[in-house]
Design a protein around this ligand. Structure first.
Ligand code: SAM
Length: 317
């Protein structure tokens, strides 16, 4: 019975640096270095694992999908495979691995797998101000917001969200930009009946009030609430912006939001168009196409692979 390590790259080096002694490793597995030694241990080609007495196979390569399939073909039990580069997978591939803890011990295993799966506890957010923001379950959206906010120091203006609902995303903006005014626009009564014909979708979005949103904001003194249907609710609002979240699900309200916010966004600022790439909600993308025609040219933007397919529109000088 032995420990085998798949890969002889920096992942393997990191494994040893974290505390797995090289002399506990029966062999490394790597097609490209088969027959050589690595850190004093033999390197095998994968085929030699077939029939070997594998107590634990530690996969240090990122190609976990392919290697997992290869291991299955070689007859290695899933319970005996630990994927160290698991962080890019939405599903925790190590759920089925029962051999790792008895073989490596809980302490070393804890060091090797710090918050390895995205949805439950995103690794890159662990030390961020948004570390506790798990309700939205959208790592890419939150981590992108954090990185975008780091680029706003030299951009004047307030922050805003059109389409606040219960304020989960507004809370993240408020946490990251505590010194900025945060303008919050929502009907707090769901969608207009012309836009949303689905009673269940409508009902799901009615249960929020400005008071409830205010209660969950870490810096509520920065918030300026504008309840009512947009764009009427924006009448008399005198502000310019560095960051806007536009998240109203349907086309006409999105178009109204683009018409109002884009000219008020300062150079260097960002407008996050939520659901631009969401096949279930085609309205935001259609609204952007209509607005670009009015504006006379395409707006520069970067799409995100978050759950809603957000498009980050970047305002230039
Ligand atoms: C998907 S929710 C917003 C979710 C929120 N941005 C978040 O991530 O936590 C959409 C919201 O847009 C609001 N809304 C849609 N059209 C609107 C309009 N024309 N004026 C004001 N609010 C609107 C709805 O009331 C609903 O609360």
């Amino acid at each position: 019975m032995g420990i085998y390590v798949w890969g002889t790259g920096c992942g393997a080096a990191e494994l040893l640096a974290q505390g797995l002694a090289a002399d506990r490793i029966a062999a490394f597995v790597d097609t490209y270095r088969a027959g050589e030694t690595f850190l004093g241990r033999p390197v095998w080609e994968p085929e030699r694992l077939e029939g070997a007495d594998v107590e634990l196979l530690i996969v240090t390569s990122r190609a976990s999908e392919e290697i997992g399939a290869q291991c299955r073909a070689l007859g290695i039990l899933e319970q005996r495979i630990l994927f160290l580069k698991n962080a890019a997978w939405v599903v925790n591939r190590n759920d089925v691995c029962t051999a790792a803890e008895p073989v490596l011990g809980a302490e070393l295993l804890g060091r090797l797998l710090p918050r390895q799966y995205l949805v439950t506890e995103p690794a890159a957010l662990a030390d961020s101000p948004l570390a506790g923001e798990r309700e939205s379950n959208d790592y890419v959206r939150l981590a992108s917001l954090e990185l975008l906010c780091r680029r706003l120091d030299a951009v004047p203006g307030a922050a805003a969200e059109l389409g606040v609902f219960r304020g989960q995303f507004a809370r993240c903006i408020n946490r990251l930009l505590p010194e900025r005014e945060l303008h919050l626009f929502d009907s707090f009564a769901g969608f207009s009946s012309e836009e949303c014909g689905d009673p269940a979708f409508q009902e799901a979005h009615c249960a929020a009030t400005p008071e409830q949103v205010r209660e969950i904001l870490p810096h509520p003194q920065a918030a300026r609430f504008h309840p009512g249907f947009f764009p009427n609710s924006a009448q008399g609002v005198e502000a310019r912006f560095c960051l806007v979240s536009l998240d109203v699900d349907f086309g006409p309200s999105t178009l109204a939001g683009l018409r109002w916010f884009w000219p008020r966004l300062n150079p260097g600022g960002y407008l996050l168009l939520h659901d631009w790439g969401n096949p279930r909600l085609p309205g935001p993308a259609q609204a952007l196409a209509a607005f670009e025609k009015e504006w006379g040219r395409p707006l520069p933007g970067v799409p995100l692979p978050d759950l809603g397919g957000t498009l980050v529109l970047c305002r230039q000088g």
